[in-house]
Design a binder for this molecule. Structure first.
Ligand SMILES: Nc1nc2c(ncn2[C@@H]2O[C@H](COP(=O)(O)OP(=O)(O)OP(=O)(O)O)[C@@H](O)[C@H]2O)c(=O)[nH]1
Ligand SMILES: O=C([O-])CC(=O)C(=O)O
Ligand SMILES: [Mn+2]
Length: 586
């Protein structure tokens, strides 16, 4: 398969440690993959769904104690603790290797070890990064085939002495107490053990394309971000691209696949999706920022996805998709999740595989149940999806889930101030990670769980990038999640978010004015088009205010957070929070 000596030696070393019964190199050929899917069905790892209604689709159930990313068990192991920073778990690399090697010892006994060569980015592109994931999970093999570009083409691209990220995964015995998701950025190595949940085990995604890639980006002068990328074409035929960073389960997939409201559709607005979760961003020869999506599929949140909220995502899941932890309709062998439609199938199994009983009031699908769907399935996938050079960004948008404080939208004064706006992001936690849901926490640039080095150095890297871009995108912050006294969302969201994007793009093109406030530029309410939208001008005006009392509270929390970084906190950010405090307390 390959003459790469480093790779061959490593595979042999891993096989000696984990002691599998069999070793299989994944070629990427359909016949081999189909064999593996069949094998997965015979072991129960996969359940084949209705071939007529959902051709090529499977259901997978992960262990009930293993349904989300585990941030408390995710580590960045670099030589010096200060390089991991105060927001990452750290352990000395040698100590961690020792600990892990004990856990991996014999963990694949009686199992098959699969070797998956994969690419993040387009194979052969100068921006692609290659990896090898060794795993004992069929779910991982078939999911990596959807989420990344895999097979012999990748081995050829790596070549005899090319570099690659080493990724070792084993389900082992799924012991939550011994679960580890570990990154050794200095060794370009990832080790994951005792989990079978996507975010912990599909090592190309968060582990390589964000944690390892953010570290490489800092060294090599580019950026790896937790961002969707979308294209917006207005009725004049002007096409613009936006990248947006929202924390997990805060609306990236939905915004990336937005369907314009009816009036906008009639006028000729078009939205296309380049990516829904990760953006790799570089400075182009023209001095602008260019973004690519290194993935090949969507690992999207299932609950809430329906014909109305996100028809594009739903359409993407109608073939060759793997569903994880959703409900199973026993009458026709299809899947169901909360809000798919109004009629939960009575004769069904819940996400754990037990008969579902509506009387218990429990959801049928897990709140973090997911679909793994090929990007090519998505009706609005952008023509630039396969273009290795990516798309030029007009705007970068940050956003979180905040019932209060953050207004619907505001714009930073300039790039540096935009870095500040990203650094002070906060959001309510969601089911995407284990732990409490709905607790506000600081999540800078939506990268809190994904930054592979010291977040203070990461902010400095953003500031340094700004100095090198002659024509930087404009930077904004949005919040679709403001609630009223009864806890209802005030802004209708989803397709109507295009109304806010329209303002953002007019600002980016310098076509419209705005009101300067203590936190940045805010639209005049009349500048957001709400014709045909389910919100009135009063309510809109309400969510476009700077509410000083809330901001004062937020500034306290920002300062506490910043204080953790000591001398790693860029001076500009330290000064800016003081300046903002002064403006707010006037
Ligand atoms: N109220 C409101 N809810 C939204 C909006 N957009 C998305 N959501 C909800 O937010 C949840 C998650 O949205 P996604 O688009 O899947 O989140 P994501 O950012 O892609 O998440 P990850 O895949 O975890 O990174 C779903 O329950 C959606 O229904 C919006 O504009 N308004
Ligand atoms: O990694 C996962 O499990 C899914 C995801 O996109 C996120 O949590 O942001
Ligand atoms: Mn994500």
């Amino acid at each position: 398969m390959t003459n790469n000596k480093v790779l061959l030696d490593w595979v042999q070393e891993v096989a000696e440690l984990t002691k599998p019964e069999k070793v299989v190199w994944i070629t990427g050929e359909e016949a081999q993959l189909e064999e593996i899917r069949k094998e997965g069905c015979s072991t129960g790892e996969l359940i084949k769904l209705n071939e007529e209604k959902l051709p090529g689709c499977y259901l997978h159930r992960s262990d009930t104690r293993d349904v989300a990313r585990v941030e408390a068990r995710t580590f960045i192991c670099c030589k010096e603790e200060k390089n991991a920073g105060p927001t990452n778990n750290w352990m000395d690399p040698q100590e961690m290797y020792l600990k892990l090697n004990k856990l991996y010892d014999g963990c694949m006994k009686g199992r098959t070890m699969y070797i998956i060569p994969f690419a993040m980015g387009i194979v052969g592109s100068p921006f692609a990064k290659y990896g090898i994931e060794i795993t004992d999970s069929i779910y991982v093999v078939v999911s990596m085939n959807i989420m990344t570009r895999i097979g012999t083409q990748v081995l050829d691209a790596i070549g005899e002495d090319g570099e690659f990220t080493k990724g070792l995964h084993s389900k082992a015995d799924l012991d939550p107490e011994e679960r580890y998701i570990v990154h050794f950025p200095e060794d370009n190595t990832i080790m994951s053990i005792n989990s079978g949940y996507g975010g912990n085990v599909l090592l190309g995604k968060k582990c390589l394309a964000l944690r390892i890639a953010s570290y490489l980006g800092q060294k090599e002068g580019w950026m790896a971000e937790h961002m969707l990328i979308l294209g917006v074409e207005n009725p004049q035929g002007e096409k613009r691209y936006i990248a947006a960073a929202f924390p997990s389960a805060c609306g990236k997939t939905n915004l990336a696949m937005l369907i314009p409201p009816e009036g906008y559709r009639k006028d000729g607005w078009k939205v296309t999706c380049v990516g829904d979760d990760i953006a790799w961003i570089r400075i182009g020869e023209d001095g602008r920022l260019w973004a690519t999506n290194p993935e090949n599929g969507f690992f999207g949140v299932a609950p809430g996805t329906n014909e109305k909220s996100n028809p594009n995502a739903l359409a993407a899941t109608r073939k060759n998709t793997i569903f994880t932890n959703v409900g199973l309709n026993l009458d026709d062998n299809t899947v169901w999740w909360e809000k798919l439609d109004k009629n939960p199938p009575a004769n069904s199994l819940d996400w754990t595989g037990k008969k579902w009983d509506p009387a218990l009031g429990e959801p049928m699908a897990h709140p973090n149940s997911r679909f793994t769907a090929p990007a090519k399935n998505c009706p609005c996938i952008a023509p630039e999806f396969d273009d290795a050079k990516g798309v030029p960004l007009s705007a970068i948008v940050f956003g979180g889930r905040r019932a209060k404080t953050a207004p619907l939208v505001y714009q930073s004064r300039d790039w540096d101030h935009g870095v500040f706006v990203g650094s002070i992001m906060a959001s309510e936690t969601t089911a995407a990670a284990t732990g409490a849901v709905g607790v506000v926490r600081r999540d800078p640039m939506a990268m809190l769980p994904f930054c592979g080095y010291n977040m203070g150095d990461y902010w400095q890297h953003w500031l340094d990038m700004g100095k090198k871009i002659s024509n930087p995108p404009k930077i904004f912050n949005v919040n679709w999640f403001r609630t009223d006294e009864e806890g209802n969302f005030i802004w209708p969201g989803f397709g109507d978010n295009l109304r806010v994007l329209e303002w953002i793009l007019k600002r980016a093109d310098g076509k419209i004015g705005a009101r300067e406030t203590e936190i940045g530029f805010i639209p005049e309410p009349s500048d957001i088009n709400i014709e045909g939208c389910d919100i009135d001008l009063d309510a809109l005006t309400g969510i476009l205010q700077v509410e000083k009392e809330y901001w004062k509270e937020d500034i306290k929390s920002i300062k506490e957070f910043y204080a953790k970084f000591g001398d790693k906190l860029p001076e500009y950010l330290a000064k800016e929070v003081e300046a903002m405090e002064e403006r707010i307390s006037k």
